[in-house]
Design a binder for this molecule. Sequence first.
Ligand SMILES: Nc1ncnc2c1ncn2[C@@H]1O[C@H](COP(=O)(O)OP(=O)(O)OP(=O)(O)O)[C@@H](O)[C@H]1O
Ligand SMILES: [Mg+2]
Length: 340
Amino acid sequence: MGQHVYGVDLGTNNIKMYSSASDNILNEKNVIAIKNKNEVFSYGNEAFEMYEKAPDNIAVSFPVKFGVIADIKNMETLFNCFYRKLNGGKNITGAEYCVAVPTDVTEVEKRAFYDVILDAKLKAKNITVVEKPIADAVGMGIDVKSPNGHMIVDIGSDTTEISVISLGGIVLSKLIKTGGTKFDEAICSIVRKKYNLIIGSRSAEQVKMQLADALEPDESVIATTYGRNILTGLPNAREISATLIHEAISELLHSIIENIKLILERTPPELTADIYAKGIFLTGGSAGILNLDKLITEETGLKVNMAENPSETVIRGIAAIVTTPELEGLTYVPREKQYS
Ligand SMILES: Nc1ncnc2c1ncn2[C@@H]1O[C@H](COP(=O)(O)OP(=O)(O)OP(=O)(O)O)[C@@H](O)[C@H]1O
Ligand SMILES: [Mg+2]
């Protein structure tokens, strides 16, 4: 592959970009703040700081929803902003690009990821896509070209992708609309019901990171959160227990595990044997929930291998794919848009 290669993972929550020239990974919130409908006010982590806090003339939004690009114009603007940031303000011509796409979505939705880079007019030498489960697997150090079956479970923010791969290809993949955002919503709702306290999604995410435990936690583990009391309308602080957070997310975790079982049932027996021997590979930012691996083992009887840096396995996989000649052939060019 050429001298300059870029990898791109446009996640619902976080955008991750890799540059081979600097061997750097940029990981920021995939968020844009637009002032007066047309001016980029801020982007990335800085824009996220304003989320649910901005005045009416500033719109803060996430252009990727449920794993697919919902707002192409803002996604293109954001891609250009991050691209320049990664390059110290410069546009590099003649480079190669590889962008990750979810597997269980339509061809048109896959093509949109490719179009974001095509439309950035970077005079790219080549643009390819790679299926996220394949990139995840490479990012976790799996020999994806071997004839062995592997199960990859990526629990991100809006989505969970459960896949079985073998021989460098996808055997089965299911994208379900459950992930970190749903956990945050469930936390907001239980805190409101139990304490008449309305908390924002960022506060919910914070307590989740502090307290979420997939197994029954100790009563004494607590954290403080802040919000508005529904009855008095006044700001209020409240101590929240890990037990309450466990109660909020438990059902959602079980629905993910039910889907894992469903995919296992549909997997051809020879591959099931491989998965049994090696265990499930768990990744995605939400894999950081304490004891999630233990819960999955309890429910499925399978060993669980945790990714080292779960939010970045896709981009680290892409980085390896675009820089390792033996891994060529795992990427492809999506079909042209079909206008009918
Ligand atoms: N330690 C942690 N415990 C629980 N959740 C976590 C932890 N760290 C990150 N998360 C959650 O992980 C999610 C982000 O993960 P990730 O970066 O994999 O998502 P994404 O790639 O943007 O989303 P998607 O793959 O769904 O498009 C957020 O919902 C965040 O709250
Ligand atoms: Mg992701």
